[in-house]
Design a protein. Structure first.
Length: 129
């Protein structure tokens, strides 16, 4: 499995948005409350992230994202250190930043921050590693 390049910065925590996958199916009934059942015990989250890259880092990110040995255009799973809100086992103080298995949930978007920096935003699907 590919890994997010260690030469690139981590996503900025101030841009995080974590949305859990709904593990249930609801069936509306003709009378009374809906029936609800759980379909998975696996944790699946969508984490919205933002990176701030220099122009050189942005070019490296684009190459890694497109390359078949990297994110393969968003189709491949990769390991990345993220804050997921789930404490790692044995972590002192309940640290929730750990390696996660992720893939892009769609295309990323980039906008210039200044003449030398780019902000890149993306939604990542994150599952139990």
């Amino acid at each position: 499995m590919a890994a997010y390049p260690s030469t690139l910065p981590s996503p900025t925590i101030d841009s995080y948005s974590i949305t859990p996958f709904d593990p249930t199916i609801r069936t509306d009934m003709a009378n009374g409350l809906a029936k609800v059942r759980r379909v998975t015990r696996r944790r699946v989250d969508t984490i919205s992230v933002r990176w701030t890259f220099t122009r050189v880092q942005f070019a490296a990110f684009r190459n890694w994202w497109h390359d078949s040995t990297g994110a393969d255009g968003g189709a491949a799973w990769f390991n990345i250190k993220l804050y997921s809100g789930v404490p790692s086992s044995g972590a002192a103080g309940g640290d929730c930043e750990q390696q996660n298995k992720a893939r892009f949930a769609g295309p990323w978007a980039a906008s210039p921050n200044t003449a030398y920096y780019f902000n890149v935003t993306a939604d990542l699907e994150v599952v139990d590693a």
